[in-house]
Write a protein that binds this ligand. Sequence first.
Ligand code: FMN
Length: 332
Amino acid sequence: MKDIGNLQEFSDKLLCVAPMMAWTDRHCRTFHRLIAPHAWLYTEMIIADAICFGRTSRLLEHGDHEQPVVLQLGGNDPLILSQAALAAETNGFDAINLNVGCPSDRVRQGAFGACLMLQPKLVAECIKHMCDAVSIPVTVKCRLGVDNHASYGKLADFVGYVSEAGARLIVVHARKAILTGLTPAQNRDIPPLDYSQVRQLKSDFTSLSIVLNGGLNDTATVKEVLSWADGVMIGRAAYRNPVFLRELDAGLYPGKHRDNFQSLLNQYMAYMERELHQGTRLHEMTRHLFGLFSGLPGARQYRRYLSEHARLRDAGVETFVRACSEVERRAA
Ligand SMILES: Cc1cc2nc3c(=O)[nH]c(=O)nc-3n(C[C@H](O)[C@H](O)[C@H](O)COP(=O)(O)O)c2cc1C
């Protein structure tokens, strides 16, 4: 593993893996837990109504081995959110996070996600109801603002309302959301990042935990941010390059027992074996491992082998082993 310097001076800070729809499912979180034993893992956003009126236990499915794990909720109804939060607590989640950052059309039409930044009093009511219903922490993930309503003053007002309502931790994706004309993917790249507003929040709300998210994909920047923030949340870089996630966890929390890379793979293979017996398809689990060897000779052949073979109906763990041998063969 690369020497990534003295991140250990920040070992009291939080490392979080971002909620990512269709990516951070329970298989992905199982893999991330092996890679980063001390990170806080977030679920994909789950709509509160679906938890209250749908297949609750399926939606809240997760393993004890994933902990600490945070359930991210989408919604805008204080009562429904508080019922969903209670279901999450009862099912063993360690914290709740309210999504106030998603800009998708579907979410906007439901009047939640990023557009809730324009309704700080409603968000505060939602937080208060959830805090009254559960004893686990209730947190918020938001943007810097939306459309033309993005100023530091408005952001600080929003944070003031939700922290007074009981949120003790806010994750800020450090760019505004543009609600018309951009896809969710463009909304993760086009509005410029501005870490300085998040830093200002930390100075103005000293007792609130502030976690910065957005564009963190190198150790030097993570280190700089941790010099003033309470934590970092990594999204795409953690998913696409698990080795980066592993290096951050090892750099921040040194001295703890850490399995070697082969042992991690063996543990994930044992997990896949168990899941295959329960009817999970191999591809559902290996799709999160496409970035495993990124940058190494043979990585392309590894990915190609997996894409061609892991979807086959009877594909078993040996398909994954065979894909890995593409990398080993080229390294030899
Ligand atoms: C595929 C994908 C799905 C996402 N789904 C969610 C989500 O369900 N809830 C949420 O708050 N953010 C979601 N995000 C945004 C991330 O949590 C994060 O805020 C964003 O990617 C910026 O962080 P990064 O630059 O480290 O990737 C998603 C991002 C991606 C790439």
